[in-house]
Design a protein around this ligand. Structure first.
Ligand code: FAD
Length: 503
């Protein structure tokens, strides 16, 4: 059997973060004689938020051959070593979800299990004193990691904060320089082929048609093609994650530049704080069933570090996923494929993983079912695992307000209660096959939210504990020394990646 001919034209609908990330990644197809066209409308604009990321973004940038310092300078970027959660478990309590591993396993026993045993006996400090990224974050320090396994710096794992508009602009220059064609215009119609219902063209105001074989729907929440034309359907997860609105406002920087996002729990949701070089991004994510828009805006404005630099901007969303992200010849990437509220900054990562998956399963002009089905199954599992991780933050809380009490009492998705019970018993966490968040992330959040395992792995007792205790102490001391030797985060940026866009 001969394979169908290769696809010769790809049309990307939308020029937000999703559209331009896809365009940058697909630009390499231009050299293989595939036309890549992106259609966007300046009049409609982008969602304009989405400024905190997680470490795999560095792999995406590396795949594109982007220089890190150039990228940080072009996007007002800063470093992110994790997220500080303030008042989540109960008012007055804070913890860090840092990136990267905890300590080192010893004789095959997980580090956190050994730590638990030692800590219970008063022989170890707080858990995040053994995570390189956490130690550096607490001191506001940064130095790029290296690959030398003998260096503590190899354990520093980081991502970025950046200005969403500048990021899209940066990727646009990258993609256009490599042959991606941009078409400006508002799409008013979608033409479907009579024979099989595939999208044949999008029609712009004025009547111009942009034709293609494969369409990427990066049109944002509305899902112009995937929902508007192909009616894929949406699975609503609001009953698990009830926040459905946000209000965002930038403020002037105040104090040192922290290399981490802060998420502060509020009576009906939570507030983000994302430090960039030229400003701080802030927003209150809340449940409209529990709080009015005016109250949300007032709470946000009353809780800024520095002066507000614009009027508060409202946003609405429904947490959930498109039932099928790939239908016929349309693949939805970005907000059009679904949205999990931004607590763990996963949306841009889901764009990245959608693009990576599409490249790995790139169809030919025959559009067989197997690639599509594999893509949809993988998308579903990725979204569900991220959803469960975010739910844990809400479910395990000791806050007094009705919003939080309701969340404590909610029925959990299948399998999540068992995962929590397994941890509660002897601190065990297993990463599902393709799951984004690793063991250390689950441990940080479960413990941070107040779930303390009753015991530890019995294998710990087989270790020579006094010797192991010394090893653990050395790990903590090594990480501390390494962090103390790093420059201040703001000073490092000022020297190596000062912003060049001050607009
Ligand atoms: P959009 O930015 O909405 O872009 C859609 C594009 O489609 C635009 O170019 C628009 O012009 C075009 N378009 C739409 N309709 C038409 C039409 N008819 N004709 C022509 N063009 C059209 N993600 C993170 O990873 N980290 C975060 O910290 C984070 N925080 C967030 C906070 C909030 C409150 C929200 C709502 C989202 C957050 N996100 C975050 C998600 C992040 O903003 C998005 O994943 C990201 O911006 C991608 O958006 P998009 O490109 O899919 O859609």
């Amino acid at each position: 059997m001969n394979a169908a001919p290769p696809i010769r034209s790809v049309v990307i609908v939308g020029g937000g973060t999703a559209g331009w990330m896809a365009a940058a990644a697909l630009a390499r197809l231009v050299a293989a004689d595939v036309g890549v066209t992106l259609v966007e409308s300046d009049a409609i604009g982008t969602v304009g938020v989405g400024e905190a990321t997680i470490p795999p973004i560095r792999t995406f940038n590396a795949m594109l051959g982007i220089d890190e310092r150039d990228f940080l300078a072009a996007t007002q970027g800063t470093i992110k070593l994790g997220i500080e959660f303030v008042d989540w478990n109960a008012p007055g309590h804070a913890y860090l979800h840092p990136f990267g591993e905890l300590g080192f396993d010893i004789e095959g026993v997980r580090f956190h299990q050994i730590w638990h045993r030692l800590h219970a006996a008063g022989q170890a400090g707080p858990l995040d004193a053994y995570c390189m990224s956490a130690v550096a974050a607490r001191l506001n320090r940064f130095l790029p990691s290296n690959n030398d396994p003998n260096s503590a710096l190899s354990r520093l794992v980081y991502a970025y904060h950046f200005d969403a508009g500048l990021y899209a602009r940066f990727l646009r220059s990258y993609a256009e320089a490599r042959g991606v064609r941009r078409v400006e215009g508002r799409i008013v119609d979608t033409a479907l082929r009579g024979t099989d219902g595939h999208v044949e063209a999008v029609v712009l105001e004025g009547g111009a048609r942009v034709e293609g074989e494969l369409f990427l729907d990066c049109s944002g929440f509305g899902g112009l093609l995937i929902e508007g034309a192909l009616h894929a359907g949406y699975e609503d997860w609001t009953h698990w994650l009830p926040c459905d609105r946000a209000v965002a406002v930038p403020s002037a920087n105040a104090g040192p530049l922290n290399p981490y996002t802060r998420a502060t729990a509020r009576p009906a949701g939570w507030q983000w704080r994302i430090p960039l070089q030229h400003r701080t991004g802030n927003g209150y994510v809340y449940s409209s069933a529990h709080l009015s828009d005016d109250e949300a805006a007032a709470t946000l404005l009353a809780n800024l570090d520095g002066e507000a630099l614009a009027d508060p901007r409202p946003l609405r969303f429904v947490t959930g996923r498109r039932k099928q992200a790939w239908v016929r010849n349309v693949v939805a990437i970005g907000l059009s494929s679904g949205f999990i509220e931004p607590l763990e900054s996963t949306s841009i990562h889901l764009i990245q993983s959608g693009i990576t998956r599409l490249l790995a399963l790139f169809p030919d002009s025959g559009f067989g079912d197997v690639e599509r089905d594999a893509y949809n199954a993988l998308s579903r599992s990725q979204f569900e695992r991220v959803r469960d991780f975010v739910i844990v933050h809400y479910h395990a809380n000791a806050r007094p307000e009705p919003f939080w009490r309701d969340l404590r009492a909610m029925a959990l998705p299948d399998g999540l209660a068992e995962r929590i019970a397994l941890f509660r018993n002897r601190g065990r966490v297993f990463r599902h096959e393709d799951e984004l968040f690793a063991e250390a992330s689950w441990i940080a959040v479960l413990r941070g939210q107040g779930i303390e395992p009753a015991g530890w792995d019995p294998l710990v007792e087989a270790l020579d504990l006094p010797r192991v205790g010394q090893m653990v102490e050395r790990i903590g001391a090594t990480f501390r020394r390494a962090a103390e030797a790093m420059p201040d985060h703001g000073a490092w940026l000022a020297q190596h990646a000062p912003a060049r866009n001050l607009a």
